[in-house]
Design a protein around this ligand. Structure first.
Ligand SMILES: NC(=O)c1ccc[n+]([C@@H]2O[C@H](COP(=O)([O-])OP(=O)(O)OC[C@H]3O[C@@H](n4cnc5c(N)ncnc54)[C@H](O)[C@@H]3O)[C@@H](O)[C@H]2O)c1
Length: 541
């Protein structure tokens, strides 16, 4: 593992929890404040009193930089370490950053009698604490993961940290989608989890029969699963299809219904889908409709499916008139994500999924965005690097899933507008796909150019700052994704397709626009002229 930096306000438990997590991981533990005290021979309170906060921050910067030379371990940082942008960048470069979040009330309970907190030596320390918590929250949010610690014991937080940085098939990182509803879904992520998938599935579900749906080229993942079910005494049937978006059709769905009937599948049967978004959408639709609905499990094998389509329950097929025109919401009972299955994924499909990851970061979470920028800057999405660093992807994938799970839990059926935020880049992106007849460009490629175009719309309307739109375009370009519209596709053709898109409200177009990185909202009644102008700016030069 690389370093694991624990950030959070004073009193959030970084030292206590850090020690416990280090013990569990068998890794060294470092306390930044203690290292400063040892190096200077003075307590933090004395350093503040004698030299002031700025001098202390310089010592802190140096101590943090020196962790570069330490054996990989867990580093508990001081509460103010995030105030310096360079510190935040250094932590991301040297390892993972986990923010231990606690409410001002919890922190106050722990700190009200403390005498060693110089920042709280004010006339109204509780109000001071509240103000510090509020001001620093956006900076802490730049972490790779946030743990809400209010209701957890230090041992529970330590266990969560271990699961976050070193999930195993037996102790995977788990996210719940709609935890309070009967159709809630469990998403488990760990490298190697596909090897115990049969056991994990049968632990939760006792189906009469199992049908496995996969692609011909993915039999290496599906066949061991088939054998494992059979060995455990559950009759299993393997169904394979060729690859391609054209599989997402009513005609293919009908063929699958026939195969399920022939295999003797009844209402107590389970469908397990091993594949990318095409099989996930098609198989989920078949599961939703076969005998009025059977249970299904997703084992996504493309980056796009792992970060997006396998979670949230949107399933469907295409019609000759357009994509996803027939479908429903049907949550899988379980989604098992194994980043090691991406080992065989072609580079273009890594980029395809990466575009959706960039969307989550840009629209919802600045910490994820910064991590993805680092992946791009380090040229990790390149032919030689991408397959060698599987462990590096687990946490960013998990972060995307957690964001999608949270939004799908809040707005399962896309009714309140909350889920619409996930469509950043998609209004223009879908129009690009339609204009190209769903050929030539992959979904993620269209979304990448769509995000750039929608940031331009935001810029024209004064909603997206020019530097935000520029940063977005630059990162997308560096990731090897398109930033311009496809050659030969003109703005008016795209506008026509956008008007046909099912997400429009009435005659005016609503589009998700960026207010800042990590903060997007659905803006209604976008003037056509602004869209046309933005699309013209993004036309291929
Ligand atoms: N339901 C949703 O919420 C949602 C969200 C986004 C996209 N989608 C849908 O997802 C579909 C696109 O999904 P996709 O990009 O995963 O494409 P895909 O399912 O067609 O897979 C892409 C290609 O990768 C191959 N493949 C899959 N896993 C592999 C592996 N591990 N190693 C080697 N090759 C592998 C497949 O055989 C295929 O050729 C579109 O139809 C889109 O509409 C749905």
């Amino acid at each position: 593992m690389r370093h694991l930096y624990l950030t959070g306000n004073m009193g959030s438990g970084k030292t206590t929890v850090g020690r416990l997590a280090a013990q569990r991981l068998g890794a060294p533990f470092y306390d930044l404040d203690q290292r400063i005290e040892q190096a200077t021979g003075r307590t933090i309170a004395e350093l503040f009193a004698q030299y002031g906060e700025e001098a202390f921050r310089q010592l802190e910067r140096k101590a943090l930089a020196e962790t570069l030379f330490l054996w990989d371990g867990i580093v508990a940082t001081g509460g103010g370490v995030v105030l310096d942008e360079l510190n935040r960048k250094a932590m991301r470069l040297l390892g993972w950053v986990i923010y231990l979040r606690a409410s001002p009330e919890t922190l106050w309970q722990r700190l009200q009698h403390a005498t060693d907190r110089p920042l709280l030596r004010t006339e109204s320390p509780y109000e001071t604490l509240q103000a510090i918590v509020q001001a620093r929250e956006p900076l802490y949010q730049e972490a790779d993961w946030v743990i809400d610690t209010d209701a957890l014991s230090p041992e529970e937080v330590a266990e969560e940290i271990v699961r976050i940085v070193a999930p195993t098939p037996d102790d995977p990182l788990i996210t719940l989608v709609m935890p309070d509803k009967p159709n809630g879904c469990l998403v488990a992520i760990a490298p190697g989890i596909i090897e115990i998938a049969a056991e994990a599935i049968l632990h939760h579900i006792q189906p009469t029969r199992i049908a496995i749906l996969t692609h011909t080229n993915l039999r290496r993942y599906a066949e061991p699963l088939h054998s494992a079910f059979t060995q455990r005494g559950v009759p299993a049937h393997l169904m394979t299809l060729p690859s391609g978006e054209q599989m997402k059709s009513l005609r293919v769905a009908e063929r699958l219904y026939a195969q399920l009937l022939e295999a003797g599948c009844d209402r107590g049967s389970l469908l397990v889908i091993v594949g990318g978004g095409v099989l996930g959408d098609l198989g989920g639709f078949v599961a939703a409709t076969y005998m009025r609905g059977i249970l299904y499990v997703q084992v996504p094998t493309t980056l796009l499916a792992q970060v997006d389509s396998s979670v949230g329950g949107k399933v469907g097929v295409d019609l000759p008139q357009g994509k996803n025109l027939v479908g429903t919401f049907h949550q899988p009972v379980m989604t098992l994500i194994d980043p090691e299955t991406l080992d065989t994924l072609p580079l273009r499909h890594w980029r395809n999924g990466f575009a959706e990851m960039l969307k989550y970061g840009a629209a919802l979470q600045i910490g994820l965005w910064r991590r993805l920028q680092m992946i791009v800057e380090a040229k990790l999405i390149s032919p030689r690097r991408v397959h060698r660093e599987a462990a590096l992807w687990t946490l960013p994938i998990a972060r995307c899933i957690a964001l999608k799970a949270q939004i799908a839990s809040e707005d399962e059926r896309d009714l309140s507008g909350r889920r619409a935020v996930l469509n950043f880049g998609h209004t223009v992106g879908h129009a690009i796909e339609a204009a190209l007849g769903y050929r030539d460009w992959l979904h993620g490629e269209a979304i990448a150019a769509g995000m750039v175009a929608e940031a331009e719309i935001g810029r024209i309307l004064g909603i997206t700052l020019p530097e935000v739109a520029d940063e977005l375009r630059e990162t997308i370009a560096q990731a090897g994704l398109p930033t311009q519209l496809p050659a030969g596709v003109d703005p008016d053709t795209l506008l026509t397709h956008m008007r046909h898109d099912k997400k429009r409200a009435g005659d005016s177009l609503s589009i998700v626009l960026l207010e800042a990185i990590g903060n997007a909202r659905l803006v209604p009644n976008i003037p056509t002229e602004a869209i046309r102008e933005a699309l013209a700016r993004c036309a291929t030069s």
